[in-house]
Design a protein around this ligand. Sequence first.
Ligand SMILES: [Zn+2]
Length: 201
Amino acid sequence: MKRLIEGYRQFRRTGWPRERALYAELAKGQAPEYLIISCCDSRADPALIFSARPGELFVLRNVANIVPPFEQGGGYHGTSSAIAFAILQLKVSTVVVMGHAKCGGIAAALDREVVAPMPFLSEWISLLEPAVARCAQDGGDRHTEVEREGVRLSLERLMSFPFIAERVSQGVLRLEGARFGIADGQLEWLDKETGLFKPVH
Ligand SMILES: [Zn+2]
């Protein structure tokens, strides 16, 4: 708690005065251009990685940056409701699904025992099963491959949302994929032509 209050005080001394005019403008309304869908992991913070200022990124974080399939009725659609708001109300022009190295959610997808003692997680992680299945033959770094495949799968699922598919086909919405390396700070970006992730230089 003390750490947070100290951090806030530092923000009031430095960050707040620096961005005061921007915050005044943003108080009238937000108009972020980007929806970033990333993991809850404390080491992969989109605002830090993209050097974002307040108001620039609409960030949706969940365990393993998973987009569930489009479905109506039943349940509390936390992830899908944030996606709908970003697309339909804020009218973001780009959605980026960003995975990351050493993802615990991916580790759980590869070994479900990891999440067995915890509520909710096993069902959530089961959404990654198609990504795990597609990497079944990989003899290399399977964990990393599933991290990348999870991003591809989330991008595919975004296209199952009718209002997203419609905007993508109209050319008013772009869907992008990325993965952050943590240990080396390297971001890799999904090349949609080759389907491969390439380091950003
Ligand atoms: Zn993660």
